[in-house]
Design a protein. Structure first.
Length: 270
């Protein structure tokens, strides 16, 4: 117990130092640009379809969709995207198609410079070698990849229900949306639309990991039946004991959990 408490307070001290550093001092425009660089690394999603090229977008032309910020090569590309965003997004959330459809169903980030467009759909790959391997067995890869990607976050529970209904509700696969490369299910189309308009509000913090476990320096998937909504954010927990511990001091627990999450989230939205 004493060792756990020391780790907990160490996280708090690190967070305080990080918050005071210049890396945390940014205005809204700077924050938007940092996030944008993490979305397809700033490449224009429309250029793949109009010129079959991977082209870096210009920060002057950007749009936000489902919590992501995209750069575009020009204003025409931005307008095309705004009219129908889903048409231009990479398949499978941008994960490498070969990795996802391979024997292990791994989720490796695709490289936006390594791609193919087939039947009006954009597929990204980890490397040129992965692209060549995909081309030798397209049918089997494209059969498995959608099945692997369709596996939902938080075991298929609706992230919207926690805040709108104050209860855990199993979602329906017919109502789904992708946020930060992960699939979510919803109980209705109206809930799905709420999520699309404000995914940062409804998506559980820490991608569904137990918030209190992270605060204590460990990482465990949460049971979606144990949750708390604090300051319009949803937190999930491993069990009732973890939830009760979190609720004793949510601000302190969140501060500690944030530190560990910064270190492990990595390429989750890149």
């Amino acid at each position: 117990m004493q060792r756990t408490n020391m780790k907990y307070w160490l996280c708090i001290m690190i967070l305080m130092g990080f918050a005071a550093s210049p890396y945390c001092v940014a205005d809204d425009k700077t924050s938007a640009k940092l996030l944008a660089q993490q979305t397809m690394h700033g490449y224009c999603p429309v250029s793949y379809f109009t010129g079959n090229h991977a082209i870096k977008g210009d920060p002057k032309y950007q749009s936000r969709y489902l919590g992501e910020v995209y750069f575009f090569a020009n204003d025409a590309a931005k307008k095309s995207f705004d009219a129908d965003p889903e048409r231009f997004l990479p398949q499978f959330g941008g994960w490498c198609t070969l990795s996802l459809g391979g024997p292990y169903g791994k989720r490796n980030p695709g490289d936006p410079e390594v791609f193919t467009v087939v039947d009006g759909k954009l597929y990204l790959f980890l490397s040129q070698r992965a692209l060549r391997a995909y081309q030798t067995r397209k049918e089997s890869i494209l059969m498995k990849a959608p099945q692997m990607f369709a596996k939902p976050q938080i075991f298929g529970y609706s992230p919207v229900a926690y805040q709108e209904q104050n209860k855990a509700v199993k979602g329906d696969p017919n109502f789904h949306a992708v946020f930060h490369r992960q699939m979510y299910h919803f109980g209705s189309e109206s809930d799905r639309q709420l999520f699309i308009k404000s995914p940062e509000q409804y998506a559980p913090q820490y991608a569904g990991y137990c918030a209190m476990s992270l605060a204590k320096g460990s990482r465990y998937y949460a049971d979606p039946n144990f949750f708390a909504v604090v300051n319009h954010k949803t937190y999930l927990f491993l069990n009732q004991e973890m939830k009760d511990s979190f609720m004793l001091n949510p601000a302190m627990a969140v501060a500690a959990a944030d530190i560990l999450w910064i270190g492990i989230s990595g390429d989750s939205i890149q």
